[in-house]
Design a protein around this ligand. Structure first.
Ligand SMILES: [Zn+2]
Length: 124
């Protein structure tokens, strides 16, 4: 059973951190886990969906991260079902995050345009 040891935490905004952890099996580091830690009114803690990067893929990942910065801008967005406006998730404050019946992240946020508390899946 792998153990996770948090090593680096990057604060994205008041409601979300990116957490990088060593994935340890026995006494060996098998990879790096990239996860999220959220702070909302209903839940504070790690989210379920993390990504494990095996040690032998780290060089490739580092190279590709540089490539991404030269690519067309894309990002994870949320949509207000009340007014139809789309926002980058970094532009809104999460009030809650939960999973829908298919295990997809469903966030509750206050719409900056219409001011209502609404739910959206994450797109992108
Ligand atoms: Zn709205």
């Amino acid at each position: 059973m792998a153990k996770f040891k948090e090593v680096v935490r990057i604060k994205v905004n008041d409601s979300r951190d990116i957490v990088l952890s060593q994935v340890i099996e026995g006494a060996l580091i098998k990879g790096i886990n990239i996860g999220s830690y959220v702070r909302t009114e209903k839940y504070t803690g790690y989210t379920k969906g993390g990504t494990m990067i095996p040690v032998d893929k780290l060089d490739e990942l580092t190279e590709k991260l540089k490539f991404i910065m030269d690519a067309e801008p894309v990002g994870i967005t949320v949509v207000c079902p009340e007014c139809g406006e789309r926002f980058y998730e970094s532009e809104v404050k999460f009030l809650n995050i939960e999973e829908d019946f298919r295990g997809r992240d469903e966030v509750t946020f206050r719409c900056p345009k219409c001011g209502k508390d609404v739910k959206s899946l994450r797109y992108g």
